[in-house]
Design a protein around this ligand. Structure first.
Ligand code: GLA
Length: 386
């Protein structure tokens, strides 16, 4: 169901003193290619989606934040000066963003807020980044005279994940949420933070997500393990090749040189990341030539790497990927951090209906439920609605 401004407003009025505040929104994201490359200093290719988190905020003249989660029907109050904050994760995002904005010197005051979202949770579409970006953008506007630049707002969301949630994520999700632009994907160099918008209108193709409905709630520790593997390999490489700062700088020969010094598992993880670095560059060239068949081939290669080398897929997602392949879909792969969530599929217009049909039927037979179909519409980034 599409999230509407009126729904958030009516709940805000109902839960607080009847008056209204300002409404802000930030989207979830897709990622065409470049997975688990952001924290390795590489390139990513995300775009914002139309699904978003929306929040109404109004200063309340105290040091207390009164927050109501419309979706979870849950309410909390916390003091901005409390060093610990609330324990429920959905409120820790809000708390973390407030504290990170305060660290930047923004004079955050207490406020009332009600928020809701239509980014599916745990689906690899970055519902948490959407929540963080919404509050970072709102607080900057409401208390900070919009003095904090957009990159720093994205970093506030990332720091919230690191410091209050325990997920050592990269910058892709928050970046895409803040910088999204309707109709465009964004290539971001996660080392230099240079970015370029790529208008994305693949004539004759659609992008569609299939949500396996396997939630990746408990994936934080496995995600952090992957990141540690990459860092282990970099540490070993640095002993031979001092110029290597991240796996972005590495190639297969360097990996071969340190094979005896790192675990097999770590080497396999690094192999995936190095391969993904080349794939992103190849996709950039293919996009410039409108060669979507090549883009699709790279998506399948990425999936194989994520499944067999990085090992962040699961049987449900591998199944959806195989259905795509057997239907002749141009490209398909697991999207986002992994361990469940969605496949992203690049499918020609004529194959769209038969593919969705086959995926629904096959998945239901095998796993007892249908995958949820999400047609991708590339939307705008963080904004004030009213
Ligand atoms: C999660 C993280 C991102 C990124 C992706 C994998 O979404 O939040 O920073 O690492 O996984 O590409």
């Amino acid at each position: 169901m599409k999230l509407k401004t009126e729904d958030v407003r009516s709940r805000f009025i109902e839960h607080f003193d009847g008056s209204t505040g300002s409404i802000y929104a930030s989207p979830g994201r897709i990622n065409l290619i470049g997975e688990h490359t952001d924290y390795n200093g590489g390139f990513v290719f995300p775009g914002a989606v139309e699904q978003s988190v929306m929040a109404e905020l109004k200063p309340n003249g105290t040091r207390t934040v009164r927050a109501y989660s419309i979706d979870l029907k849950d309410y909390v109050e916390f003091s901005l000066d409390d060093g610990k904050g609330p324990s429920a994760t959905h409120f820790r995002f809000v708390y973390g963003v407030c504290r990170e904005m305060m660290k930047l010197g923004v004079p955050v005051e207490g406020f009332n807020t009600a928020f809701a979202g239509d980014v599916p949770l745990g689906a690899g579409m970055s519902s948490s980044a959407a929540l963080e970006s919404t509050f970072a953008f709102a607080i900057n506007d409401m208390f900070g005279e919009n003095k904090v630049d957009k990159f720093t707002l994205a970093k506030v969301g990332q720091a919230t994940e690191h410091n209050y949630i325990g997920c050592n994520c990269g910058i892709m999700d928050q970046f895409a949420s803040v910088f999204g632009k309707a109709g465009s994907l964004i290539r971001l160099d996660c080392r230099s933070l240079q970015y370029k918008y790529f208008p994305f209108h693949p004539d004759g193709y659609k992008l569609v997500l299939l949500n396996s409905q396997v939630k990746h709630d408990l994936a934080s520790s496995a995600y952090n393990d992957r990141r540690r593997s990459c860092e282990n390999v970099v540490a070993a490489m640095q002993r031979h090749f001092p110029g290597v700062q991240t796996l972005r700088d590495a190639d297969y020969d360097m990996l071969a040189a340190v094979r005896g010094e790192v675990s097999e598992e770590d080497a396999l993880r690094a192999k995936y990341v190095i391969g993904e670095k080349y794939r992103v560059m190849e996709v950039c060239v293919a996009l410039e030539e409108d060669d979507y068949e090549e883009v699709g081939r790279k998506m399948y290669e990425t999936h194989r790497g994520l499944s067999k080398e990085y090992e962040v897929s699961c049987p449900e997602i591998d199944f959806l990927n195989e259905v795509a392949q057997s239907c002749g879909v141009t490209g398909s792969r697991i999207m986002g951090g992994g361990f469940g969530g969605c496949t992203i599929n690049l499918v020609s217009d004529e194959l769209y209906a038969p593919f969705i049909d086959a995926a629904k039927k096959g998945y239901k037979e095998r796993f007892g439920k249908e995958p949820l179909v999400i047609d991708v519409v590339i939307g705008d980034g963080s904004r004030k609605i009213c």
